[in-house]
Design a protein around this ligand. Structure first.
Ligand code: ADP
Length: 258
């Protein structure tokens, strides 16, 4: 029906109430996750001491404290991201460098599993303006997921290309892919599909943090089915125009010759 002035007002009040609830939720998330860190740190330190005396149970406690710590750190980051309080430092970076760093970071976890990289070289460097540490975290998360959700016998592939005004870095696997009904939900905090096995080390925060980190630096993160089966997750970051790179290269030459 028609929405009169009263309806508009009620709508605005409701929106305000929802915003307030969101703000409270974020504040609660931030304060709880912050307060959990201190006891966790103590537990870990004590378990570490006892483990070094040779008690294997203490080693297990330490491992679990580490997992909890990672989850709590994720919670804290999520609440900071929601509140717009996580600092972003977008700087001129080469996309190859962040891909290289990500590969290095997951090399132990991949332990012998094949990781293929292909770069569409349309220009000398694929330069972008992005936060190196945040982009690295996103890529590591995508690579870990690809490793976790696809058969070890199949390689994971990274592709790097410039697409218009963005640099696209995609991670492709030969796993089950993501059903149409879940494509949006996997980027929501705490979402894990019902069929997934319980995993004490993950709270379903990885992709939601990754998406927010991408957006905070002017990028995007998206999912696509892979032809022939599997997933492709693509991180798109703002590219730097050739003219800017030329200017920078020119400045570099000047510095060298000067
Ligand atoms: P977690 O892995 O901790 O559950 P994420 O936010 O990283 O949390 O992922 C959310 C869900 O998205 C996963 O539970 C999984 O169902 C799905 N998912 C993520 N990456 C992949 C992938 N490469 N292939 C298939 N499903 C995936």
């Amino acid at each position: 029906g028609r929405v009169g002035p009263a309806g508009v007002e009620a709508g605005a009040e409701r929106a305000e109430a929802l915003r307030e609830a969101d703000r409270l939720k974020d504040a609660l998330l931030a304060s709880v996750s912050h307060d959990l860190r201190t006891p966790l740190t103590t537990n870990k330190a004590l378990a570490h001491d006892i483990a070094s005396d040779g008690d294997e149970r203490a080693a297990t406690i330490e491992q679990q404290a580490d997992r909890l710590n990672r989850m709590v750190a994720d919670l804290l980051d999520l609440s900071r991201l929601n509140a717009g309080e996580l600092p972003v430092r977008a700087e001129l970076n080469a996309a190859e460098d962040v891909v290289g760093a990500a590969i290095q970071q997951v090399s132990a976890a991949f332990a012998g599993r094949e990781l293929r990289t292909s770069i569409a070289w349309t220009e000398p460097v694929l330069a972008g303006r992005f936060d190196f540490v945040h982009a690295l975290r996103i890529l590591v998360n995508l690579l870990e997921n690809a490793h976790k959700y696809s058969p070890r016998s199949e390689p994971v592939e990274i592709q790097l290309a410039r697409l218009g005004t963005t640099i696209a870095i995609s991670v492709a696997d030969r796993g089950p892919g993501v059903p149409a009904a879940e494509r949006e939900r996997i980027f929501e905090p705490f979402y894990r599909p019902e069929r997934s096995t319980p995993d004490a080390g993950s709270a379903g925060l990885g992709l939601s943090i990754a998406l927010r980190l991408a957006m905070a630096q002017g990028g995007t993160l998206s999912y696509e089915d892979r032809s022939g089966g599997g997933s492709v997750f693509t991180l798109a970051l703002p590219a730097v125009a050739d003219a800017t790179i030329d200017a920078l290269a020119g400045a570099d030459e000047l510095l060298k010759s000067g």
